[in-house]
Design a protein around this ligand. Structure first.
Ligand code: ADP
Length: 429
């Protein structure tokens, strides 16, 4: 559904841009083309007017109006241009299209007025006589330095509009073609994007399966080896048998821990996609105390002191069990990666924008280059150390998921040899 909408959105955006560009280009080119054509035609009309006036001038001088009219009709046949000769008072002396006697006085025609006043007249208007849009050019007929009449040449410019119309149709056809291409392009872009996304997800899935298989395979291979040796019956020493069984037990615990963590992760992801976890207003201190309680055995084994710094009445909106698990994972790591007799500080603070829950230790610390990858599944800094300490490489990834389910995040600051501080950031509302 969303994909379809995206295709349409993309398609209409492209289309809008292209149609706007085409419309602007059409307007610009048709205006330029029209002007160019008019200028060209005006030049031609004025040349013809000059040529014809040389032959008509003697007839005007002698007032041979019939011959003037005949000549107008003859010239018009040759050039397909309308020719009119008008006396200085506006009387039509000859016209290629009409009987001059039936024509009204032309002294009010703009091109005539301009020709008398400025020696050159030009206008584009509807012809009363022919009922067509015409381009007129008018020049004075001069004899002995005096204007004795006006010669006017004219041509219909409907043709230009017909030509422009033809261009518009061509552009419309191009626009339709372009919009079809745009449709294909938008679909192609989305499909390409989808394929990349699918490929990326597929790679993540493949990596994950490979990691899980590898992590499970190691303890299973070990267990298999020791069980086969024991079954073989060659080991008789009870102390050695016990040692083997302890190793088997350790690997079983590891398998158990990995499967537990994987189940947690998959439940978190499911919750994330279903968005159905329950949030309540709860006292943060009780969540932190419960997480510390869970770590009690390891704390006392390593003689670790835990300092909790959280106001009694600090209430937050959270899923109790999940947040407890996230804090427990951080405390568990802090214990794992600290030397005995150390102190772990747990602090809850509220700033303007967020609630910060941090777990600070004075342990081995982490080199800068690992920090950005620490929250990835199965990422561990030192494989053998993590394994020896019972780590799965999934603890921090679970913390990240829980923080995200709370619309928050997790960050880390660490100095090798000095210690680390992991902080869960939660939104205030
Ligand atoms: P693990 O189960 O191996 O602890 P995590 O996902 O919890 O996996 O942590 C990933 C890695 O981050 C650990 O292997 C360890 O190298 C490093 N790490 C996590 N917490 C700490 C810490 N408090 N001090 C030092 N290193 C840590």
């Amino acid at each position: 559904m969303a994909r379809k909408r995206l295709i349409w959105q993309l398609y209409f955006t492209y289309l809008l841009v292209i149609v706007a560009a085409l419309a602007a280009a059409t307007w610009y080119f048709s205006a330029s083309f029209r002007q160019f054509y008019i200028d060209q035609t005006a030049d031609k009309l004025s040349t013809l007017a000059k040529v014809y006036s040389t032959q008509i001038t003697p007839l005007v001088q002698e007032s041979k109006n019939d011959e003037i009219d005949t000549l107008c009709k003859k010239f018009s046949k040759l050039s397909a241009v309308r020719i009119t000769i008008i006396s200085t008072s506006g009387t039509v002396l000859g016209d290629s299209e009409q009987d001059p006697a039936k024509m009204e006085n032309h002294s009010d025609r703009p091109e005539f007025i301009q020709a008398i006043q400025k020696s050159f007249g030009q206008s584009i208007r509807l012809s009363h006589t022919l009922d067509k849009k015409m381009l007129y050019i008018a020049l004075p007929i001069v004899s002995n330095g005096k204007t004795i009449a006006v010669i006017r040449t004219a041509i219909s410019i409907n043709m230009i509009d017909d030509k422009l119309h033809y261009i518009y149709i061509k552009i419309a056809a191009a626009a339709i073609l372009v919009s079809v291409i745009v449709a294909f392009l938008s679909v192609a872009v989305i499909m390409l994007n989808d394929t990349t996304k699918i490929r990326r997800l597929e790679n993540i899935r493949k990596d994950f399966v490979a990691n899980v298989s590898h992590e499970l395979k190691t303890p299973i291979t070990s267990i298999k080896g020791f069980v086969e040796t024991l079954l073989d019956g060659s080991v008789k020493d009870p102390a050695q048998i016990r040692q083997f069984l302890e190793i088997i037990s350790k690997h079983t615990q590891r398998l158990d821990a990995i499967v537990d963590d994987l189940l947690s992760l998959s439940r978190l992801e499911e919750n994330k996609s279903r968005r159905d976890i329950v949030f309540n207003k709860v006292y943060l201190k009780s969540i932190l105390a419960a997480a510390i309680e869970l770590s009690n055995i390891k704390v006392s084994q390593k003689q670790i002191t835990i300092n909790l710094n959280c106001l009694d009445d600090f209430k937050i909106n959270a899923n109790t069990l999940l947040l407890e698990q996230a804090v427990f994972n951080l405390i568990d790591n802090a214990i794992k990666y600290s030397e005995p007799d150390n102190t772990i500080k747990i602090t809850a603070q509220e700033s303007e924008k967020e609630i910060l829950i941090s777990v600070q230790d004075n342990g081995c610390g982490i080199e800068q280059k690992h920090l950005s990858r620490l929250f990835e599944r199965f990422y561990v800094v030192d494989k053998s150390r993590s394994r020896k300490l019972g780590g799965t490489g999934l603890g921090l990834s679970i913390v990240k998921h829980i923080a995200q389910l709370h619309k928050g995040s997790v960050s880390v600051e660490s100095t090798p040899g000095k210690g680390s501080t992991f902080t869960i950031h939660l939104p205030t509302v």
